[in-house]
Ligand binder design. Structure first.
Ligand code: SF4
Ligand code: SF4
Ligand code: FES
Length: 869
């Protein structure tokens, strides 16, 4: 650490960082705009000016930008120097000349970095008395709103969007003294991470358009720490509610997981909670009944029938365990289709063996050579794709270091690096969005992708089984071998166990980290819990061993062909479904119980990293919606902690997951953690037409959070942060005040408990089942699942804004195999359906692909594609 003197006081700062970073780490108040810990410094806004002195004798000093000056040993600066103070006040006055001063009608108002910095910099009187420059705003699609007049030209948006996220359709357009930040014409922002503009832009230029539909100020929302349910990566979020509807989701910083950024699916997918498809009351044969009658019916069904339970990889550990306890462990089924359950078990089996480290997203960002086997990351696990866009910079960054360019000096680094990128190899059945950063791509059927993987492992270590001659294998092996932090990524998307085993071999042979992508938010947790797959449940009803079926948060029609599901549900005497959305499965149920979403429940999910993380109830609904585990709870459980204790005893492997967050008894100085900001207004007035007395907030027996603004003002542990706020910092930039340093770990440790660590047993133990080379068949195609950023994942389709961007289900085929331009009839595993056709010359010959989850097909499978007569 370096000693830096700030206004005559010594501070210990990281000499690898700049002075602004160092001052903010120390809690000093220094305004800034263009700097961001994830983006580095460019010195564009001039807002972070300080006075720099040569030595203790220097009384004159000179103005420097603190974000552009290293925090070197012995540096002497002043933030309070009158000239520096006046400089900063002048800068903000200049930046505000054209600002419309429309805070009362701006969605950013009250949580705006520009407001905070204006106050901090002391600009409180407007002298400029002339016309303001104005712009025409653009329609950027259903997710992000544009109001350019509020721009202060800090350039953060384009630096984030283009340099960090790889977007191409947003830019700075300049003419004389006017700079416009937007697209070259109206249109939907193309980048899958566009929503982060809402938090990156320090003003109200880019705001959350989904929030606009039901706008409410930050201080009027009730928040809870949450975990994204739209893929298996487990990004941390904070979700805000008012008047019983979920209003928005914002990023909850976790240094090891999502850092400062979410994908658009995670940020805007929350709208499914407010969907018209929500089930608010219990239904018996389609008719609403009271919660008490529903509970009675459930108990009766268990007592009278031969009952089985079908769990779900999109439900929490708690909900799954409650069902398992309700029906008995031997009558509990995972809710995964057979092939999916087998793959998930294989994946967890490999991870449990601890062959190598499962990296966090932060570690993935720091990887310096990457081999992706069979995954379309941008569509399946989007935040990982964003992490890889940073990973490609790792090897070139070594050159910048060697040149002596500080890594925080963004333009200096980019000038030194130019277009240089580190090695990323992508082997997948079809072209993916991430191919643009790939050193080389390889397209083949899953078995051939696996064979490439085995060949790479063999090239790294001749003890690993060989598979064939792949010219790319030695290049990939060399890149991994010579890297400091190599990484292999694979997963379940191709439906191939051989692919995952090949990836494990490569990771073992290269000493690389290994990341597996699971399909749903709790696939790993469900696989760890165990249980038989779906067709065994079908069989149990067919055999008469079961006549009552309880289905938890699972639309079986996405997992098996309709005819099989129909036969199963029709044969069962009683079908009981707990879910939050109406689905084809709930339509078949005699009794439907309204289950809480992540916003109305507490629960734990295990991410594909193997990180167990807790989400907390955001609000108590004023209807019969209740957490699924509460519908199913044992009499001896009065709170979530009782359930977790029972879970821990019943499945010791899952015991660490029960420590994912502090228990309900946790207090700070005897106080709970408030879900609402301290400025929450109108709590009494809201219900004044009913009662003018202050309503008592609901109790929360399941968490240390209060359903009110009452509680400790201290900063809670990472797993319990409902919103980021500290005095003078009302915007999301307050995040930095919760961290050891901006961009560093959360003070007290990041949220979550890792369930898998590398085993102490050394030495590889290679998988040997090398598949045969793929052989195309005459008249048939190997049908693979194809993933879409919106359209493949179930819940985002019920989010009204995001759903507008969904890719229509289709069948893709190489036109060299089959020339078709409108629709094809697909016959696969006894199921026939029609889909529009999309020509994809990138697909290997003999292979076709359909949008994932189409017709509940277990893929890959052989299919015939026929032009309809
Ligand atoms: S739009 Fe926002 S982020 Fe972009 S330059 Fe303007 S103020 Fe900065
Ligand atoms: S990457 Fe996955 S977990 Fe993260 S925000 Fe997106 S959908 Fe959610
Ligand atoms: S933050 Fe330093 S110049 Fe903008």
């Amino acid at each position: 650490m370096a000693t830096v003197i700030v206004d005559h006081q010594p501070y210990q700062m990281n000499p690898q960082q700049n002075l602004l970073h160092g001052c903010l780490s120390q809690g000093l108040r220094l305004p800034y705009f263009c700097w961001h810990p994830a983006l580095g410094s460019v010195g564009a806004c001039r807002q972070c000016a300080v006075k720099l002195f040569k030595d203790e004798k220097d009384q004159q000093g000179r103005i420097v930008m603190s974000c552009m000056t290293p925090a070197a040993e012995g540096t002497r600066i002043s933030i309070d120097d009158p000239e520096a103070v006046a400089f900063r006040a002048g800068i903000i006055e200049g930046l505000m000349l054209n600002h419309p001063h429309d805070c009362p009608v701006c969605d950013e108002g009250g949580e705006c970095h520009l407001q905070d910095m204006t106050v901090m910099a002391g600009h409180d009187y407007r002298r400029y008395d002339f016309d303001k420059r104005t712009f025409r705003n653009q329609d950027l699609g259903p997710l992000v709103n544009h109001e350019m007049n509020r721009c202060i030209q800090c350039y953060r948006c384009v630096r984030y969007y283009r340099d960090y996220a790889g977007g191409r359709d947003l830019n700075a357009f300049a003419s004389r003294n006017t700079v416009f930040f937007g697209r070259n014409q109206d249109g939907v922002l193309e980048n899958e991470f566009s929503g982060n503009l809402v938090e990156i832009c320090p003003t109200g230029v880019f705001t959350d358009k989904t929030l606009k539909h039901h706008y409410t100020r930050k201080w009027d929302q009730q928040f809870a720490p949450s975990v994204c349910v739209h893929c298996a990566l487990g990004c941390n979020t904070d979700a805000g509610e008012r008047y019983g509807t979920l209003r928005r989701v914002v990023n909850r910083y976790n240094h090891q997981v999502n850092g400062y950024f979410l994908c658009d699916r995670g940020r805007f997918g929350y709208e499914f909670v407010n969907s018209e498809r929500r089930i608010h009351h219990p239904l018996l044969d389609g008719q609403p009944i009271s919660a008490a009658v529903a509970q009675h019916q459930l108990a009766e069904s268990r007592a009278a029938g031969k009952v089985i339970g079908i769990g779900s990889p999109r439900a929490s550990l708690e909900a799954n365990f409650a069902l398992r306890a309700f029906v008995g462990a031997d009558r509990f089924y995972t809710g995964m289709a057979d092939a999916e359950a087998k793959l998930a078990a294989a994946m967890v089996g490999i991870l449990r063996r601890g062959l190598t480290r499962t990296p966090s997203l932060h570690e993935i960002e720091e990887s310096d050579a990457v081999f992706i086997l069979g995954e379309d990351l941008t569509s399946v696990a989007p935040r990982m794709a964003l992490a890889l866009r940073q990973a490609v910079r790792q090897q070139p960054l070594e050159k910048a270091k060697a040149l002596g360019v500080p890594l925080w000096m963004d333009h200096g680094v980019r000038d030194a690096l130019q277009e240089d990128q580190g090695p990323v190899y992508i082997a997948a059945p079809y072209a993916t969005r991430l191919d643009e950063i790939a050193t080389a791509t390889f397209r083949a059927a899953p078995d051939d992708l696996a064979r490439l993987g085995f060949a790479v492992a063999h090239a790294l270590d001749s003890d690993a089984p060989a598979s064939g001659d792949f010219p790319l294998a030695s290049e990939i092996a060399h890149a991994l071998k010579t890297a400091k932090r190599p990484l292999v990524i694979s997963g379940m998307s191709c439906g191939s166990q051989a692919l995952m085993e090949a990836a494990a071999n490569v990771a073992m042979a290269a000493g690389a980290a290994l990341s597996f992508i699971a399909p749903e938010c709790n696939s790993v947790g469900a696989a760890m819990m165990g249980g038989c797959p779906l067709t065994t449940a079908f069989q149990a009803v067919r055999d008469g061993r079961a006549d009552t079926v309880i289905i938890l948060e699972n639309d079986l029609y996405r997992r098996a062909p309709a005819a099989q599901v129909d036969a199963f549900l029709d044969a069962a005497a009683h079908v009981i479904v707990l879910d939050h959305l109406s689905t084809p499965t709930t339509a078949k149920a005699g009794l439907v119980l309204p289950a809480g979403t992540f916003a109305e429940s507490d629960g734990t999910l295990i991410s594909s990293e193997g990180r167990a993380q807790r989400f907390f109830q955001v609000f108590v609904p004023d209807n019969d919606v209740s957490p699924a585990w509460r519908w199913l709870k044992q009499n001896s459980w009065t709170s979530l902690d009782d359930l977790l204790a029972a879970l821990s005893r019943a499945i010791p492997d899952l015991a660490p997951a029960t420590y994912a967050a502090p228990s309900a008894s946790f207090r700070i100085a005897g106080a709970r953690i408030p879900r609402s900001p301290h400025r929450e207004s109108g709590r009494t007035a809201v219900l004044v037409n009913i009662d003018i007395s202050e309503p008592k907030p609901p109790d929360d027996p399941d968490s240390p959070l209060s359903f009110s603004m009452e509680g400790t003002p201290d900063k809670p542990p990472a797993a319990l942060i409902p919103f980021f706020w500290s005095p003078g910092w009302n915007s999301i930039q307050a995040t930095n005040n919760y961290l050891e340093e901006p961009g560093g770990p959360v003070r007290g440790g990041d949220a979550g408990v890792r369930m898998f660590e590398p085993s102490a047993v050394r030495g590889p133990s290679y998988f040997t089942a090398v598949p045969a080379a793929f052989e195309p068949r005459d008249g048939e195609f190997l049908l693979l699942p194809m993933y879409h950023f919106v359209g493949s994942e179930e819940l985002s389709l019920a989010a009204r804004s995001l759903a507008q961007l969904a890719t229509r289900p289709h069948v893709a085929v190489n036109p060299a195999d089959l020339a078709a331009n409108s629709e094809l009839e697909v016959r696969c595993n006894g199921v026939t359906f029609h889909l529009p056709v999309v020509n994809r010359p990138d697909l290997p010959r003999g292979v076709a692909a359909v949008s994932a989850a189409t017709a509940g097909l277990a893929l890959p499978a052989w299919a015939s594609l026929v032009r309809p007569q």
